[in-house]
Design a protein around this ligand. Structure first.
Ligand SMILES: [Ca+2]
Ligand SMILES: [Ca+2]
Ligand SMILES: [Ca+2]
Ligand SMILES: [Ca+2]
Length: 507
């Protein structure tokens, strides 16, 4: 019995030990599988992160290819229209197939027609806007929503002095704010800085386009029902940003890129080409008499009174009429400054912007806009057609010409780089500058967080307008020293199809 009990006990004890071992093994297996699971989770998480990052990088690279293509096209454009509205060059352009995704870009801007509710596939000429840093004489109140207090506050914020205009605001105003700050008292670097100026709000500056896609989305036309607040008028108010820039400038060079000849500087020799003898004679007389002109336009249909060798006053014509005007405007200037900033491009400015120019009223602005529609491309290179086509007389031409240009070198646009079928994307807000020998990026802002700007084509084009796939460039080469605020891109990594569908603004 004892032995039985002992045997029975020892058997029970063995089963208990075995049971314990079994539990221990199970726990070990459980632990091991938890470790394995956690390792697997980590591996998966890392892979997801890698994929996300790779996709983000590639979306960013596709967008950068769009910038490259925009630079190439606008630099080489022979016809002005090529860069303005060119879906073939800028819409759903295939860049690269990485075996998993096909990557594309689209370059887009606000439609030129302010009543349009859709974007345009092209670039925006910054010289078609008012350069707020150089708007000393501009009538800013011709811009919609610009009031005198806003205009004066902006001028005070930018001018170097601390003398407050009648309706303006200098440092004293900003020092008295709950959160005081130093005002610029100098040129603004970005348009966003206007938000620091008294009275300027994001709604005023950027309007109703909450998702920054240049399209009127349902929530942007339903009044206060959903964000943003809007006036439900069926139009997309893009705010002051449509009309203002901080970066327009050009080198005072002729069409061939050579510095223009300063008529006022006798030490600068005349251009080495055959010029009309009356003109060379007139310039020589001006220089000899140490007379200065304010602008080359002053030579138009002009006469000057000079003393001849005998001391007798003689009246001499400038020799500059309608026929000579294009050549004179291209070759000559009246300053030694290598650059001139803030001129308004007569070929691209809207009616509102043209009216800010001293001497241009609504009627003349409309004449300029209807006149430029019909003139040949080769006549658009100078302002001469305004006089040649009798849109203005010589006197008016002399008033308006110093504020105008016929070309632009800084261009803004947005570009989306995206991959199919993953739906990953990157959206950049860009300003480029082609004034120098090599195009550069002036400003680069990642606005991917605003969402996919619009539905992409069902069958995006797979070849470039030149018949070849768009070039896949080393994006780092683009990131020149003048890039400001460049950041990587990473579109949301949720289900790509639903992602793009959700962002569809025309759905
Ligand atoms: Ca000031
Ligand atoms: Ca929108
Ligand atoms: Ca709304
Ligand atoms: Ca509206």
């Amino acid at each position: 019995m004892k032995s039985f009990i002992a045997k029975g006990f020892s058997g029970a004890a063995r089963r208990q030990r075995e049971g314990f071992v079994l539990v221990a093994v199970l726990i070990v297996i459980l632990l091991a599988s938890m470790v394995a699971m956690s390792l697997l989770f980590r591996v998966r998480a890392e892979q997801t992160a890698t994929n996300a990052s790779a996709g983000g990088d590639q979306a960013s690279a596709a967008a950068m290819s769009g910038i490259q293509e925009a630079m190439r096209l606008v630099k080489e454009a022979t016809e002005d229209a090529d860069w303005q509205d060119n879906p073939r060059a800028f819409r759903d352009r295939f860049v690269f197939d990485d075996g998993v995704n096909r990557w594309y870009f689209s370059v887009y801007s606000a439609a030129a027609d302010e009543t349009s509710t859709e974007q345009r596939f092209g670039l925006t000429d910054e010289a078609g806007k008012v350069n707020i840093n150089h708007a000393h004489q501009a009538d800013l109140e011709k811009i919609p929503q610009m009031t005198a207090p806003l205009a004066e506050a902006a001028r005070d914020f930018i001018d170097f002095d601390n003398l407050e205009r009648q309706e303006g605001a200098e440092q004293e105003y900003y020092s008295a704010l709950a959160q005081p700050y130093q005002i610029r008292n100098g040129p603004l670097v970005t348009l966003d800085e206007l938000l620091l100026v008294r009275g300027f709000t994001p709604l005023l500056l950027y309007g109703e386009d909450a998702n920054m896609n240049f399209r009127l989305d349902p929530n942007e036309d339903d009044g206060p029902e959903r964000q943003p607040p809007d006036n439900k008028d069926g139009r997309l108010n893009l705010g002051l940003s449509r009309y203002f820039t901080t970066c327009s400038y050009e080198f005072d060079n002729d069409r061939d890129g050579a510095p223009r000849t300063n008529i006022n500087n006798p030490s600068v020799p005349l251009p080495g080409i055959e010029l009309p003898p009356p003109l060379t004679n007139f310039i020589a007389m001006l220089r000899q008499a140490k007379l200065r002109i304010n602008h080359v336009a002053d030579l138009l249909e002009a006469t000057g009174k000079f003393k001849d060798k005998a001391g007798k006053v003689v009246e001499i014509p400038s020799g500059v009429g309608a026929d000579e005007l294009p050549l004179v405007l291209d070759l000559f200037c009246a300053t030694d400054d290598a650059q001139v900033a803030g001129l308004v491009n007569v070929n691209t400015a809207s009616l509102n912007v043209l009216q800010t120019v001293p001497g241009i009223d609504a009627a003349l602005g409309e004449s300029i806009i209807s006149g430029r529609r019909s003139i040949a491309v080769e006549r658009r290179h100078t302002l001469a057609w305004l006089y040649q086509d009798k849109i203005v007389d010589a006197a008016r031409f002399k008033v308006i010409a110093p504020h105008l240009t016929a070309r632009g070198f800084q261009y803004s646009f947005r570009v989306v780089g995206y991959g199919m079928p993953s739906g990953r994307y990157c959206v950049l807000d860009v300003i480029i500058d082609i004034a120098g020998l090599e195009p550069v990026i002036l400003s680069l802002r990642d606005i991917t967080r605003k969402g996919m700007p619009f539905a992409v084509g069902e069958n995006p084009t797979t070849v470039a307008s030149n018949g070849r796939p768009a070039r896949w460039r080393n994006v780092n080469a683009l990131m020149c020293s003048r890039v400001r605020g460049a950041r990587g891109c990473r579109g949301p990594s949720a289900n790509p199809k639903s992602q793009i569908a959700n962002q569809r603004s025309d759905a």
